[in-house]
Design a binder for this molecule. Structure first.
Ligand SMILES: *Cc1c(COP(=O)(O)O)cnc(C)c1O
Length: 635
């Protein structure tokens, strides 16, 4: 903030400040030019390069950028981490992964998961008929798993049975006892043996946001009694050998590895007793929960995680091995359904900043012999500014500012003097806020001061469309400028979107050690765009987004980074046009055009405009209707 600090700012300082290396999982860094790069094992590309490529292709901001290589690398890392844990610990079975489609159902993403996962027979977890249809039309490798969760009707079950015929390992995970008769009836009718799984309720309570997905009150899974009844029913029907998989899902984004361990121990108990009951169990499915360290703190804070991927895998394999060895039960195939951790890293939301509001004195009055006494009093406050007296100065500044407003109302102070007092007041608050920065204990009045003086940066995006979890569950995503990182960011800001909704703002950020209420940003430069990236947004954000203020889907670009450091646009999809979002809410753009034309025609008839003007007005309307819903800059 202080213009005197002209010391050389280094890229390393930016790296430390924004934490690319803490939360980036090796996928993001800063180049010598001060630009953020996306990197793979073999190559690195500046995001600004890609942005320029988008602009050349008339893909305006905001854009959701997907980097294929990152998704590829994440799937690879997941499998190699499990494989090496299995090798190192002498576990006597294999690992199988499935991707839960609900985490990001976009066709392009699901197709990429299928393509990159094929070499590991990575399968899908599905929870509805649309999702199993996606799985059946996307998976190619026979032997890949399809795990069917959720409530399944006859048709869903028939689709699953047909998957078995096609060579997939398609498992019906029973979530409620009523599904069992339908599964048995359909499989007899079609003459296809089902593979049955069962979801259990665990009793461990897991910390983090999604803790209600496990435990007694979980809406999912069978109770111990329901499980016993299920075994009896399958036994009576001579179908107990079809019960092959045990499933549990402790929750999503589990920050604490201890919770995962204790959950698994309990699942193993169920597994062992079901084996004793005569079930032909072969698979243990531990669901999702592998967390993403959004903050990079490596802690058990809800949006972090206190373990690495390899610790996660080793803890699972180790716990399973020891427990099953104790029970003298053959090791099952380990299945996990990691969604968030698989997909989060590969997407970045990029937007430009449209404008800023700053709360700073425009100019300060020069001292004068004959100045208003109130201005002199304000000057005295400056003289008292020390750590011991900040509270007093804060009170005085308010007192004189309020006094100025009162005198103005009564006509005893002119507009220029009032403006001078207001400017000095703002200046004093900034100075007080600076002092509190270094104080060990800040008086409670002054705690939010920095935040109340923060700039507002207006971003060209909709929080509700692109970052719904920020609004809904206070999810933190790392946010940083994608360029100018060789310059010191001298502003402190909060970010507002363009929905003109007071909830459309971001005022919690990933700080180095704690949640920060402001984000350091650079001053805008005349005639130059300023781009921010919101990172790790691949999971759960795209489908939950809504059409607040009718801002639609953003443009989406998928790139592949080549070994030589170049990149290819693999896919580009233009976001919603205004006519698209209008038809989502049941307008008919064709009719709208017609009615607008009639209004224009009447204006010609009644002499308000000429026929030529009518043409222009209609052209503008039609072009807008086909245009992007976000703020577009003319070139
Ligand atoms: C949502 C969900 C997942 C994915 O969980 P992540 O924490 O994103 O890995 C896996 N399994 C089930 C049953 C789910 O409902």
């Amino acid at each position: 903030m202080n213009a005197i600090e002209q010391a050389q700012w280094s890229i390393a300082q930016s790296n430390e400040l924004y934490g690319f290396e803490r939360w980036g999982n090796d996928y993001f860094s800063v180049s010598q030019n001060g630009n953020v790069t996306a990197r793979t094992l073999t190559a690195e590309v500046e995001l600004m390069d890609i942005v320029n490529g988008m602009l050349e292709r008339d893909l305006q901001m905001p854009v959701l950028l997907r980097v294929e290589n990152i998704l590829d690398a994440q799937i690879h890392r997941l499998h190699t981490a499990f494989h090496s844990a299995i090798d190192n610990l002498g576990y006597k079975n294999e690992y199988r992964g499935v991707y839960p489609i609900k985490v990001n159902q976009q066709a392009q993403v699901v197709e990429e998961v299928a393509a990159f996962g094929a070499r590991y027979k990575h399968g899908f977890e599905v929870g509805s008929k649309p999702e199993i249809i996606i799985a059946l039309s996307t998976l190619e490798e026979p032997g890949s798993m399809i795990i069917c969760n959720g409530y399944k009707d006859q048709e869903f079950i028939e689709l699953g049975l047909s998957a078995i015929k096609l060579g997939f390992i398609c498992v019906f995970v029973v979530e409620t006892p009523t599904e069992i008769p339908i599964i048995l009836e359909r499989s007899r009718a079609l003459g296809i043996e089902p593979i049955i799984g069962v979801r259990i309720k665990t009793t461990v309570s897991v910390s983090g946001h999604w803790n209600s997905t496990s435990g007694d009150r979980s809406v999912f899974g069978l109770t111990a009694t329901q499980l016993v009844d299920m075994v009896d029913l399958l036994k009576a029907e001579g179908m107990l050998h079809c019960l092959q998989l045990l499933h549990c899902h402790l929750g999503s984004q589990i920050p604490n590895i201890q919770d995962i361990r204790s959950g698994i121990v309990e699942v193993c108990r169920f597994y062992a007793d079901l084996v004793k009951e005569g079930a032909n169990l072969k698979y243990i499915d531990l669901g999702g929960g592998l967390a993403v360290d959004y903050t990079g703190w490596g802690s058990n804070f809800g949006q972090s995680r206190n373990y690495s991927l390899s610790e996660y895998c080793e803890d699972i394999v180790d716990t399973l091995k020891n427990t099953f060895d104790d029970y003298d039960i053959p090791h099952p195939v380990i299945v996990t359904e990691s969604g968030r951790a698989t997909i989060a890293y590969s997407s970045i939301l990029i937007f430009n900043v449209l404008d800023t509001t700053i709360f700073e004195p425009a100019r300060l009055p020069e001292p004068r012999e004959d100045e208003e006494p109130l201005l002199t009093r304000m000057r005295d406050v400056y003289g008292n500014l020390t750590e011991n007296r900040v509270q007093e100065c804060y009170n005085d500044a308010h007192f004189y500012r309020n006094e100025a407003r009162e005198l103005f109302k009564r006509g005893q102070l002119d507009l220029r003097t009032r403006s001078a007092v207001e400017n000095m007041f703002l200046d004093l608050l900034h100075k007080i806020a600076d002092i509190t920065e270094t104080m060990a204990r800040v008086p409670s009045d002054l705690e939010g001061l920095k935040l109340s003086l923060a700039d507002i940066y207006y971003g060209n995006f909709s929080l509700f469309q692109s970052l719904p979890d920020t609004w809904a569950i206070d999810q933190l995503f790392p946010i940083a400028p994608i360029h100018r990182l060789d310059e010191e960011p001298r502003r402190s800001a909060v970010i507002a979107d363009i929905t003109c909704d007071c909830d459309g703002k971001i005022d919690s950020f990933v700080g180095t050690e704690d949640v920060a209420q402001v984000l350091p940003l650079h001053e805008l430069k005349e005639g130059e765009e300023y781009y921010l990236g919101v990172f790790l947004v691949g999971a759960y954000q795209e489908t939950l987004g809504d059409l607040h203020n009718l801002f639609g889907d953003t443009n989406v670009v998928s790139v592949r980074i080549n070994r030589d450091g170049s990149y290819d646009f693999v896919k580009e999809m233009h976001g919603d046009a205004i006519s698209d979002v209008l038809s989502y809410v049941e307008y008919h753009p064709k009719e709208m055009q017609l009615r607008h034309r009639n209004t224009a025609e009447r204006a010609v008839r009644e002499g308000r405009i000429t026929a030529r003007e009518r043409q222009q007005i209609i052209k503008l309307f039609n072009e807008s209707l086909n245009g992007y819903t976000y703020y577009e800059k003319e070139d």
